[in-house]
Design a protein around this ligand. Structure first.
Ligand code: 13P
Ligand code: SF4
Length: 336
């Protein structure tokens, strides 16, 4: 590696989570990233919550299910994941021989953090007759303790694929879990986790905003709390929300999810107005602090030096792979 000593690299990765060296400000980062993709046969996968510049340079932009499906079928040698750690980890679980890169190793997830593996194992042992369905926003350790993984776009179908008399634990998102209990009529034991971004929306502020925009529809991600979902016109995954705004006849929407999705909504429907749902206290906290750790500069450095890379213990990988494969099979059966 030019100019950087290996000990310095390791120190930077441990301390910062990325190669914290200055990038020449005159570089055309879009051009450089395109060049590196071709040279290295790398695919760049980005979640809708990434900053607009990253979305614009990505080969595929999607929700968690779409990204996992792309990661499973890619023929690229390197997968560069512009998202958070559990997403890159899922790509590695599906592709043990490929190099999987994440621009910033510290891009975590409050929802994944809300389910520590030792506590979850103990909870599972207290309910040995329960099947464990886990939302993909969890660590590989939690996936390895699960029977089936789901995302917000296939969770209902996955729950409905389980026999009616089978008891279920749903983890780690209590809000998505409560929403799915209502949708499926199934009793489920819920883990007490939540997403810091989707819990921040203010019912009072949204109600005021709706009064000012009487024609605007409220569209929400199911990770939001129940009072927000109750007054929503449409509830869906990020891909579901985007598709809804493309096909629905309204021209104004209040969007209750992370603000990154607005970039694709505005690109797809430039004549429509998209208003981010207001959080408590007028803060900018509906930007996910984890997703937004990735920047174009970090992405370029990561592709240039092929670091930071996701590594995984093989026993853990094999255990975590099984419930992801079940999810992908059930999704394919339903054309998802
Ligand atoms: P989806 O993109 O699957 O809807 O998930 C949203 C999310 O919170 C990802 O972290
Ligand atoms: Fe995790 Fe929420 Fe950020 Fe998604 S938006 S990565 S669930 S903290």
């Amino acid at each position: 590696m030019a100019d950087i000593h290996i000990a310095e690299v390791n120190e930077k990765l441990n301390r910062f989570g990325f190669l914290n060296v200055e990038v020449d400000p005159s570089l055309d980062l879009f051009g450089e990233i395109e060049r590196l993709k071709k040279e290295k046969n790398a695919i760049l996968l980005a979640h809708y919550y990434q900053e607009p510049d990253i979305q614009d340079v990505a080969d595929f932009i999607g929700d968690s299910l779409g990204l996992a499906q792309q990661a499973e079928k890619t023929t690229a040698d390197i997968i560069v994941f512009a998202g958070v750690h559990f997403m890159a980890e899922t790509a590695k679980i599906l592709n043990p021989t490929k190099k999987v890169l994440l621009p910033d190793l510290k891009a975590g997830c409050s929802l994944a953090d809300s389910a520590p593996a030792d506590l979850f194992r103990a909870f599972k042992e207290e309910h040995p007759d329960h099947l464990v369905i886990s939302y993909i926003n969890c660590t590989a350790d939690i996936k390895a303790l699960s029977d089936i993984i789901c995302t917000s776009s296939n969770a209902q179908k996955i729950i409905e694929s389980v026999p009616k008399d089978q008891k279920i634990i749903f983890a780690p998102d209590k809000n998505l879990g409560a929403y799915l209990i209502k949708k499926t009529g199934r009793e489920m034991l819920l883990w007490n986790g939540a997403c810091m971004v989707h819990e921040i929306f203010s019912l009072e502020q949204i109600t005021r905003l709706k009064a000012r925009h009487p024609n605007a529809k409220l569209i929400s991600h199911p990770e939001c709390e129940d009072p927000i979902l109750q007054i929503s016109d449409y509830i869906g995954s990020t891909t579901g929300l985007l598709k809804y705004t493309q096909t629905d006849s309204s021209t104004e929407y209040i969007v209750a999810t992370e603000t990154g999705i607005l970039h694709q909504m505005e690109k797809e429907s430039p004549h429509k107005l998209f208003i981010p749902a207001p959080p408590h206290n007028g803060c900018a906290c509906n930007d996910c602090p984890h997703m937004k750790l990735n920047t174009l500069e970090k992405l370029y450095m990561c592709m240039q030096y092929e670091l930071p890379e996701i590594h995984m213990d093989e026993t853990l990988r094999l255990a975590a792979r099984k419930p992801i494969e079940r999810m992908l099979q059930i999704s394919a059966l339903h054309g998802l």
